[in-house]
Design a protein around this ligand. Structure first.
Ligand code: SAH
Length: 504
């Protein structure tokens, strides 16, 4: 069959693709339709036809699927954030469970029967809205030249004006609107990617859900002064600056015109704890630069994560908790309610008795490491970003945890080097890599170290499946798998797996 661009066709959506798009077929020829959900009868327009499949745009819903809901966000179709908001939450969870299972079968080579036995039900959220503790808003201009902030439309860099994303905290609106008014009233410009001119690029807002503390970081298109660069590099262990003791007012005004006007409004927002500037003068898609300078308040905000006891499908409070200091640039899980369940599951899988030596690879600011340390004899964390390791060490000290040690470097370099040089040992290894998964060198060293158990925490089930295959071919057995919905309404899913070494 030959399908042409702009052709209109009517199809029934039967399946859902890895990115949450609806899939329907005409005579076996698959059409991928964004915003359509399984069960919908829809009229679509073909936008890109390939030899064996085509992409089409949803034009009209002729008969809605019983699994369709009315998405509460008016921008859900334009915005790149929530790919599956139109699907009922229950079906979103089923989709994610199936996505993990499919990847484990297709890429990992695991048998369906095994997965049906060992996969536990996905951990969903009771209230899947306003769950994000962090948001990064681009600042720019509308077509009419109005200053706006909001979100990039899917796969583009055009900004949809929206200061009240339903996944973010309610405070975002007031913070962003205050920043926009301040900019308008004081002639402060927004950055323009095309010309490289203009000052404000992004606004980052982060909130500690348990502490109520809020951090605002304005990413500016400017270079820091040399002395500030040094101050930041040496910052790690110095006590947090006291409110307004940071930089003399005159200096602040040089960098951010009429800064005190913005400060007056931000200070009044309950919970405001830290306001900083991050300098990024490069023409790049990377949001933040390397240098952050606190201009009001503290350099970090705090958040506490509680360990939960996992009993079957339920989670119960315990009195174990860890409090973390988080700086503007550090990685920190975005959904704190689910993070407690995720980490508690990982800890339960680790099966610690207090006697074990544990390596936590890709440890960030030591979030999982410090949890592990509460139940193990010794924990070693490895992370590539130096600032994160400085935060991890500080977090260990502030939580009176003395059995955790941290290394700066790539997991695939630190682990083999330590193994060859010092013959390091592990009873349990935990890995939590970014989307691209573990480097093969890292996996090979894990196989050589032969820990009893490996706990794999993953935000991409395709690379997870690839890595699990390598570990299982090298002598491990997949014992438990549990998906956790960290990113409700998006097509992403987090997964925790337990591997155990087969008896020799
Ligand atoms: N376990 C932490 C962080 C997970 S995110 C938590 O739950 O908060 C993944 C981390 O891996 C990031 O902090 C990133 O900086 C780090 N990272 C990326 N590539 C790495 C590598 N090759 N070796 C070590 N760490 C790496």
């Amino acid at each position: 069959m030959n399908y042409q661009k702009n052709q209109l066709v009517t199809i029934k959506i039967e399946d859902i693709g890895a990115d949450g798009e609806g899939i329907g077929k005409i005579d076996g020829f698959p059409l991928f339709v964004k915003d359509a959900v399984p069960g919908d009868l829809v009229e679509v327009k073909i936008v890109k036809a390939k030899k064996n499949y085509a992409f089409a745009r949803l034009e009209k819903i002729l008969e809605p699927s019983p699994d369709r809901t009315d998405p509460p966000c008016p921008f859900h179709r334009q915005c790149g954030g929530c790919q599956i908001q139109a699907l009922s939450y229950e079906k979103q969870l089923a989709f994610k469970q199936q996505k993990v299972k499919n990847n484990l079968m297709r890429i990992g080579g695991f048998e369906e029967g095994l997965l049906d036995r060992i996969m536990e039900p996905i951990i969903g959220m009771e209230e899947p809205w306003r769950y994000r503790n962090k948001a990064q808003y681009p600042v720019g201009y509308s077509k009419e030249g109005e200053l706006i902030t909001g979100f990039y439309a899917g796969r583009t860099h055009s900004i949809i004006a929206n200061t009240d994303c339903l996944l973010g905290v309610t405070e975002n609106k007031e913070i962003l609107e205050s920043i926009l008014s301040y900019m308008r009233e004081n002639g402060v410009t927004a950055y323009d990617e095309k010309t490289g001119k203009g000052l404000i690029r992004h606004v980052l807002v982060r909130k500690g859900f348990t502490s109520g503390q809020i951090m605002v970081c304005l990413v500016v298109n400017a270079r820091p002064e040399q002395k500030n660069r040094i101050a930041v590099q040496e910052k790690s262990d110095v006590p947090a600056r006291k409110k307004n003791n940071g930089i003399p007012a005159q200096e602040k005004m040089n960098r951010l015109p009429a800064w005190e006007k913005l400060s007056e409004v931000l200070e009044k927002i309950p919970g405001m704890t830290s306001v900083s500037l991050n300098y990024n003068w490069e023409n790049t898609n990377v949001i933040m630069g390397d240098v952050t300078e606190v201009i009001w308040g503290e350099d970090t905000i705090k958040d506490t994560i509680h360990l939960l006891e996992v009993r079957g499908n339920d989670f119960y409070p315990t009195d174990t908790e860890v409090t973390y200091a988080i700086s503007a640039r550090s990685f920190y899980q975005v959904n704190p309610v689910q993070t407690e369940k995720l980490y508690s599951t990982a800890l339960a899988y680790a099966g610690l008795t207090g006697e074990e030596t544990v390596w936590d690879l890709y440890c960030g600011i030591g979030t999982i490491s410090l949890f592990l340390a509460k139940r193990a004899k010794k924990v070693y964390g490895v992370e590539v970003i130096e600032q994160a390791i400085l935060d991890a060490r500080k977090n260990a000290r502030e939580n009176q945890i003395e059995n955790a040690e941290f290394f700066v470097g790539k997991a695939e370099e630190v682990l083999p080097a330590e193994y060859e040089k010092n013959g390091i040992y592990a009873d349990v290894i935990v890995v939590d890599p970014p989307r691209k998964g573990c480097d093969e060198m890292c996996l090979n060293t894990i196989l050589k170290m032969a820990p009893k158990r490996v706990v794999y925490v993953s935000c991409d089930s395709a690379t997870l499946a690839r890595d699990l295959r390598i570990l299982c071919e090298g002598g491990y057995e997949l014992k438990r798998v549990r998906a956790c919905d960290q990113f409700c309404h998006s097509s992403h899913v987090e997964t925790v797996c337990l591997l155990s070494r087969k008896a020799q």
